[in-house]
Design a protein around this ligand. Structure first.
Ligand code: T46
Length: 285
């Protein structure tokens, strides 16, 4: 993906010279609340080294040139600013650095907001944390603080305070995760899944839509087992839509549970199980 996006302004000049116009919300795609310009720079003294949280900016090099490094945290691109009517967009959450200023460089920057030091992210580690922080949809109710980087939690999901969720997971809309639950990294939980106390999903597990977990062998209203049986879905296993997993089951690494299966006993690693009660139909290669 290109991090370099230009805003080109027409030169309305004639034989008398050039004339370029900057207009908020017309040729500049935001409300311009501030302008600043940078000059008298030195070629061996770089500037920038920060990202903004919300600020949008466009930088025009009115005279001379300088190099801009743009860094999304995933990739880095460099570009020369050397054209007075071709501005480089500096969107929020892009780490940027200015290098190799020519002696005559004059840089004009238009900005979408007034100066606020609180909008700056001036440490690179802090920047990486910010761009990889989990996405929690505002319509979800997430109480746990233990949610890993790059994890996404969607609408109408409820996650209780004791749950631990790893990195890079996708917890789809309409899910519930109780307290004594551990979810590893790279786990997908599709919609309509409730993960009760005592259930562990290890790394790379896939839970299909409306899979039903259980954690009480003899359920009676208002009577609770002393300890919930532990159900473990081991690394890389996948459970198809609408399967039912009875309490205290171990599903081995990379196992595949067919859609609608009712799993009543442990499933060995790599096994493919289907039906009610689920039986082994083969093994994944
Ligand atoms: C950016 C790049 C491209 C203010 O008080 N008001 C202002 O509007 C600005 C822009 C700066 N300042 C103060 C803050 C610092 O004490 O001026 C001092 C120098 O700013 P800074 O070190 O951030 O300058 P640069 O060249 O590293 O970065 C500037 C902009 O600050 C920044 O928003 O994106 O140019």
């Amino acid at each position: 993906m290109s991090l370099i996006e230009w805003v080109e302004l027409p030169d309305l000049g004639d034989e008398r010279g050039s004339l370029v116009v900057i207009e908020s919300n017309k040729n500049i795609p935001f409300d311009v609340k501030r302008l600043y310009y940078i000059f008298n720079t030195q070629s061996d003294i770089p500037r920038g080294f920060h990202a903004h949280k919300e600020l949008h900016q466009i930088a025009f090099c009115l005279k001379g040139k300088c190099k801009m490094v743009m860094d999304s945290g995933m990739e880095k691109q460099e570009v020369w600013l050397e054209n007075s009517n071709k501005g480089l967009r500096i969107p929020p959450l892009i780490w940027h650095e200015m290098h190799d200023f020519s002696d005559d460089c004059i840089l004009l920057v238009v900005a979408s907001d007034h100066y606020k030091e609180s909008d700056y992210i001036r440490g690179y580690d802090e920047f990486l944390k910010e761009i990889h922080k989990p996405f929690i949809h505002p319509l979800s109710d997430v109480k746990t603080q233990k949610i890993g980087l790059n994890t996404r939690v969607w609408q109408y999901s409820v996650i209780l305070a004791g749950a631990k969720i790893g990195d890079n997971c996708n917890i789809c809309a309409h899910t519930l995760i109780e307290n004594e639950v551990i979810v590893g990294n790279n786990v997908t939980v599709k919609s309509g899944v409730f993960i009760w106390d005592g259930i562990t999903l290890q790394d790379n597990v896939f839970i299909g839509p409306c899979v039903t977990f259980t954690n009480d062998k003899k359920p009676r209203s208002k009577q609770y087992p002393e300890n919930f049986p532990q159900t473990i879905v081991e690394k890389g296993a996948s459970i198809g839509a609408n399967a039912t997993i009875l309490p205290g089951i171990n599903i081995g690494q990379n196992a595949l549970i067919g859609a609608g299966a009712v799993v009543t006993k442990d499933v060995p690693a790599n096994a493919i199980v289907v039906g009610n009660p689920a039986i082994i139909k083969g093994y994944v290669e």
